[in-house]
Design a protein around this ligand. Sequence first.
Ligand code: SF4
Ligand code: SF4
Length: 450
Amino acid sequence: MAYTFNGGIHVEEYKNTRRCRIEAFTPVKSVAIPLQQHIGVPCEPLVAVGDTVTVGQKIGDVKEGLGCPVHASVSGKVMDIAERPTSNGSIVKSIIIENDGLDTPCPDLTPYHGRLSDASTEEIIRIVREAGITGMGGASFPTYAKIQSAVGKVDKIIVNCAECEPFITANHRLLLENPASVINGVKILLKAFGVHTAWLAVEDNKLDAINKLEELTAESNMIEVKVMKTKYPQGDERQLIFALTGEELPAGKLPADVGCVIFNAETCSAIFRAFSRGMPLVKRIITVDGDCIRYPRNLLVPIGTSIGDIIEFCGGLSRTPKKIIAGGPMMGQAQWDIRTPVVKGTSAILLFSNRFDKRKNADETCIRCGKCVRNCPMHLMPNYIAQYSRIGDHENAAKYGAMSCVECGSCSYNCPGGVEIVQFIRMAKATIRAEQKKRDALSPNQSKQK
Ligand code: SF4
Ligand code: SF4
């Protein structure tokens, strides 16, 4: 029987690109590499305007604090270092590289020469950091820091291959076309943590990938495929942990607190690439889909490629989009500028007309049907939190557990009143965080609000 969690929703899958092989993206004229693509401190540039760079060359790094380097994804010349929009809405200093089309690799890149069995945890952490690997499922937390903070606390690794958001098939294609890279990445992680258990969690709508992974791990007594029920948000780490272990992860706690650490499938593949070829994270797989793009597909794109270039590569627009989303339709971010580049955490570019606008016939009034409460995987009362947020009563929004919301959007998806529940909850969370920050500044010893 497939593993699952309580609550959640069954969404229309729209996995239209599930049979679209991953295609290499044709070289673009230029890329814009943001100096911040991770949670933490922004990088400082290591190159200047006019410098020549090669593929995989480190072009920015963090001097101190949480963060990891960024690398050139094409070879060519640094044309500018300027502020540019990024997919989360912020403006970030970015390195603009004019592509010379030669794809010259950086001569300093070297694969790991020793045997994996001899690699120390510290060496693995160093390689992962130097490769600039961050969580590729969207969270963008530096992977080296995740390993560092969980070593000694966990007894199992969970590889998130759920890909539960509608439309996105990038991970599915990776599991079909290069499953060995994911499995080899998992072996490196097993060595880093010194543990003997890794679970590959795949939803049961990807039976071909499940068969392939089972075939490749049949001889392993450490790596096992776990079949998950197809339900949204199965890929949320709290739901994955509950489904597989029965452990609830309260707000403010980390997976390591219940003995688990979770990595995205493509992150594992990037770790293997850093080891086997010395190649940092300079490209990623994205799904391009939606009813406004002429030729939907899965692409391997250099980091820093603009949404505009991607649209052009996919044959242009078939109609004018009402919304462009970076990421999935449930948790992705709406884009306002097609110069915005693909970054390490971008899993998809989706272009929708108002055919997908669920609010068009609703008046945004709660009719107290209770659907959102039934669907919330965190067992919250989203209707109340949204209502308190709407009237600016953030104290009560916090009391009703706003900070436990994982922003999965299951509540908004089926709301017959068309209430933008998750948006109101996001607003409440932002205000609660800002108020907490103010309180902390006034009395730094005060205990933090959970
Ligand atoms: S689903 Fe919408 S209408 Fe129903 S209770 Fe929740 S907020 Fe109200
Ligand atoms: S309240 Fe938060 S966690 Fe619950 S369904 Fe809505 S978005 Fe998801």
